[in-house]
Design a binder for this molecule. Structure first.
Ligand SMILES: C[S@@+](CC[C@H](N)C(=O)[O-])C[C@H]1O[C@@H](n2cnc3c(N)ncnc32)[C@H](O)[C@@H]1O
Length: 244
């Protein structure tokens, strides 16, 4: 049983997002920005969106922010007390040191013509305790879920249950933006931290899992050994699509 409440959010951020923008995150961000444009999602149209298992990662929210309605809500649904505290510090209290990491992601997206801002994310944010396994059905206009369904279990059947719950939480026509580690054998938030589980999925396995839910486009990131986040994974899958 994983102690998600003891997750070391700041160390995780530092390793994954804080020191630099990883090449693979850059590839995901470019793919998602292009796909949202190609899908002709109307700016400022989404009333209710959610990032499920958001953890301490604000870049998915920055990707979606231009599409949120001026009075729209973006729920950050998290299972871990540590990550809920991180999100509240960043989004509700606007803690400068916590937000500083995300300013470089904001800048990079804006330089690519993506009209996003941390201010917009904070205005729409509602931080909520919850689980991917317990989401309301046909509820959201858009969901994001980055590195969750394959990163909370070793069991492919649990991955499938989590993904089903996630995609059924969308209204018909609702938008999904997701990312998964491909071929992952697990990870640690810090050298002293517990080993977190991973369900090793191939790109083909992941794409096959989405087929019943609606049309999507996908990409698999590439890395050189020097660019890799860590050992023990084959790349990152990103998917953008709409629920039937
Ligand atoms: C690998 S981390 C990914 C975090 C973040 N989305 C990112 O992109 O870096 C997995 C996340 O899933 C969360 N999590 C674990 N069990 C969950 C559940 N049942 N429902 C929702 N989130 C869960 C963890 O707290 C953690 O934030």
């Amino acid at each position: 049983m994983v102690d998600w409440d003891g997750f070391d959010s700041h160390t995780y951020v530092n390793q994954n997002y804080g020191r630099r923008i990883l090449q693979e995150d850059l590839q995901i961000m470019r793919f998602v920005m292009d796909e949202l444009r190609d899908l002709a999602v109307i700016p400022e149209s989404l009333r209710l969106a959610a990032d499920i298992g958001a953890g301490p990662n604000l870049y998915p929210a920055l990707l979606l922010a231009p599409y949120l309605h001026g009075k729209g809500t973006l729920e950050f649904v998290e299972h871990s007390a540590a990550n809920l505290a991180y999100l509240r510090d960043a989004l509700e209290r606007g803690d400068g040191a916590t937000l500083a990491v995300w300013a470089k992601f904001e800048r990079l997206m804006r330089e690519s013509g993506h009209r996003t801002s941390l201010r917009r994310v904070r205005d729409a944010a509602v931080v909520k305790a919850g689980s991917i396994f317990d989401l309301p059905v046909s509820h959201y206009d858009a969901v994001m879920c980055f590195f969750v369904a394959e990163s909370i279990t070793t069991d492919p059947a649990v991955f499938t249950t989590a993904l089903d719950s996630l995609l059924r939480s969308l209204k018909p026509g609702g938008l999904f933006v997701t990312a998964h580690m491909v071929g992952s054998t697990g990870y640690q938030a810090s050298p002293e931290a517990p080993e977190y589980p991973a369900c090793s999925m191939s790109m083909a396995d992941i794409e096959k899992s989405y087929i019943p839910y609606g049309p999507f486009r996908s990409t698999l990131t590439r890395h050189t050994p020097e660019q890799a986040l860590r050992s023990g994974y084959d790349g990152m899958a990103a998917l953008v699509g709409r629920r039937d």
